[in-house]
Write a protein that binds this ligand. Structure first.
Ligand code: ADP
Length: 450
C-alpha cells in the first residue's frame, strides 16, 4: 500500500480523498494556490505545499510545480481527483517516469477514451451501440452539410476534444448549419486548442444514464449500476440519482454488459464511467467514457454502500477486485449547490460566506470544503457543496431532500438552493418523468427565493 498520496486538486474532492486516505492509514499532501490558503483541504492534509498564484494554469494545471511538490514531500502516489489534470495522459506519463503511481488508468487508456472519435471507434469494434453519426472527423463545412442531410435533422455537432458541453451545437435545419458549424469550431478551438468536429444524430428527449465501472490490473471489470444525470442545464449536470427512475432490471443487465464490454475493450484499470444516452424506447447509445472519479460518485457509494475512492486506491496498489457487479440497495439523489444566482441566469456569485448551516440527520450527507467565513474564489468551479440524501424509496428520498434543503443555510452569496427547492416540488420530477431537455421548459418562480 502507498505511504503518502499527493492530492493534485482542491475543493470538496481534495477533502473527500483526504478522508479516505486517513481511514486507510495513508499520509496526505495537499497542494494549493494562494487563493486557497484558507481551504480545509490545506488544513486537514498532513502536509501542504503552495504551488502558485490563483490562475489554474499557474497552479493546479502546472505539471512542473506539482512534480516539484511530489519530490519535496516524497509522495509515492498522486490522486488527480476530477477536472484539472485528471484526464491528462501526459501528466499520468510524467508521474510514471518519476516512479510515482498515478491513481487512475494508464496514459494509453486515457488517450484512447479522451479522444471521443477514437473512443466511439473502439466501441463500434467491440459491439457497443453508439449514436449514429459521422465516421470520424468531418473535413470541412461542405462535408458537414451533406452529412447532416444524410443523417437527417436534428443533428448535433461535437468537438472531439469536448468536455463540459463546450464546442457542441444542436442544429435543427439546413439554414442553421453554417453558423453553428463556425461557432462550435471557434468555441472548441478556444477551449481545447483543437477544433476537430464530428457529428451525431440528435437523440430527441433522451435520458443521460451512466454506468460506474471498476477494473483491476488483472483484467477484471465489473459495474456498480447506473446514475441518472438527466437534470442538466446547458449540458451541465445539476442533479444525479441512482437507481434511474427509468431503469428496468432487463435494461440494467443489457447496459451493464455493454459498460463492462467497453471497459474490457481497453483493459481498463481504475474507476470509470460509461455515459449513455437512452431514448424513449429504451434504446441506448454509448456517448463517452470518463476515465476518473466523477463529481456524482457519492450517489453510487450511498446505494451500494462502498467507498469508491478506497476502490481507486486499492486498484492502483495492485489489489484485485471481487469480480461481482453491485446493485442499488437504496435510492440516493445528489444536488449540486453552486455559488450562482439562479434568478440571474445562473451567473457566478463568488464572495464571502458570512454564515453557514449544513443539513444533518439520518440519510443526509454533505460533501463540502466551505465553512462560515470562507471566501469562494472567482477562479475555479462554482460548486461549493453536494447534498446527498438516501432512503428506501425515491419518494422518501425526495421528501428527505426537501427537508434537508430547508435546513441548508448559506448567507453572503447566492446559491442554486432555490432552484433545487422548486425542482423537488415539480410534478414531472417527482414522477421521474424527465429527459435532458427538462430544464428548457422548467419555469423558476421568482417569488420563491429560499
Ligand atoms: P461533454 O463531454 O461536453 O459533457 P457529452 O458528449 O458528455 O459532452 O454530452 C453532454 C450532454 O449533451 C449529454 O448529457 C446530453 O444531454 C447531450 N448530448 C450529447 N450528445 C447528444 C446526442 N447525440 N443527442 C442528444 N443529446 C446529446
Amino acid at each position: 500500500m502507498f505511504n503518502k498520496i499527493l492530492i493534485a486538486n482542491r475543493g470538496e474532492i481534495a477533502l473527500r480523498i483526504i478522508r479516505t486516505c486517513k481511514e486507510m492509514g495513508i499520509k496526505t499532501v495537499a497542494i494549493y494556490s494562494t487563493a486557497d490558503r484558507e481551504s480545509l483541504h490545506v488544513r486537514f492534509a498532513d502536509e501542504a505545499v503552495c504551488i502558485g498564484p490563483p490562475p489554474s494554469s499557474q497552479s493546479y494545471l502546472s505539471i512542473p510545480k506539482i512534480m516539484a511538490a511530489v519530490e519535496i514531500t516524497n509522495a509515492d502516489a498522486v490522486h488527480p481527483g476530477y477536472g484539472f489534470l485528471a484526464e491528462n495522459a501526459e501528466f499520468a506519463e510524467i508521474c510514471t517516469s518519476y516512479k510515482v503511481k498515478f491513481i487512475g488508468p494508464t496514459p494509453e487508456q486515457i488517450r484512447k477514451m479522451g479522444d471521443k472519435i477514437t473512443a466511439k471507434e473502439t466501441m463500434i469494434a467491440n459491439g457497443v451501440p453508439v449514436v449514429p453519426g459521422s465516421d470520424g472527423l468531418i473535413k470541412d463545412f461542405n462535408e458537414a452539410k451533406e452529412l447532416a442531410i444524410k443523417i437527417g435533422y436534428p443533428v448535433i455537432l461535437k468537438a472531439t476534444a469536448g468536455g463540459g458541453g463546450k464546442g457542441m451545437r444542436i442544429v435543427w435545419k439546413d439554414e442553421d448549419i453554417e453558423t453553428n458549424w463556425n461557432n462550435a469550431r471557434t468555441e472548441a478551438k478556444a477551449a481545447f486548442g483543437n477544433d476537430g468536429m464530428y457529428m451525431e444524430k440528435y437523440i430527441e428527449e433522451p435520458r443521460h444514464i451512466e454506468f460506474q465501472i471498476v477494473g483491476d490490473q488483472f483484467g477484471k471489470v465489473v459495474h456498480l449500476s447506473e446514475r441518472d444525470c438527466s437534470i442538466q442545464r446547458r449540458h451541465q449536470k445539476l442533479v444525479e440519482e441512482s437507481p434511474s427512475p427509468f431503469m428496468t432490471p432487463e435494461l440494467r443487465e443489457k447496459m451493464g454488459d455493454a459498460a463492462i464490454k467497453a471497459g474490457k475493450s481497453i483493459n481498463y484499470e481504475g474507476v470509470g464511467t460509461i455515459e449513455f444516452l437512452v431514448d424513449k424506447y429504451r434504446n441506448f447509445y454509448f456517448m463517452e467514457m470518463n476515465t476518473r472519479i466523477q463529481v456524482e460518485h457519492p450517489v453510487t457509494e450511498e446505494v451500494i454502500d462502498h467507498d469508491l475512492i478506497k476502490e481507486q486506491i486499492k486498484v492502483a496498489a495492485g489489489i484485485p477486485i471481487s469480480g461481482k457487479n453491485y446493485y442499488p440497495k437504496m435510492h440516493a439523489i445528489e444536488i449540486r449547490i453552486n455559488a450562482e444566482d439562479v434568478f440571474a441566469d445562473f451567473r457566478p456569485s463568488p464572495g464571502k460566506i458570512t454564515s453557514l448551516h449544513t443539513s444533518k440527520g439520518h440519510g443526509v450527507r454533505v460533501d463540502t470544503h466551505v465553512y462560515a467565513g470562507y471566501t469562494v474564489p472567482p477562479y475555479y468551479d462554482s460548486m461549493i457543496a453536494k447534498l446527498i440524501c438516501k432512503a428506501q424509496t425515491r419518494e422518501e428520498c425526495i421528501t428527505k431532500l426537501e427537508r434537508a434543503i430547508d435546513e441548508f443555510i448559506v448567507e453572503g452569496i447566492k446559491t442554486t438552493l432555490p432552484f433545487h427547492k422548486q425542482l423537488m416540488k415539480n410534478k414531472d420530477f417527482r414522477e421521474g418523468n424527465f429527459h435532458t431537455g427538462f430544464l428548457n421548459t422548467f419555469k423558476l418562480d421568482p417569488n420563491i427565493k429560499d
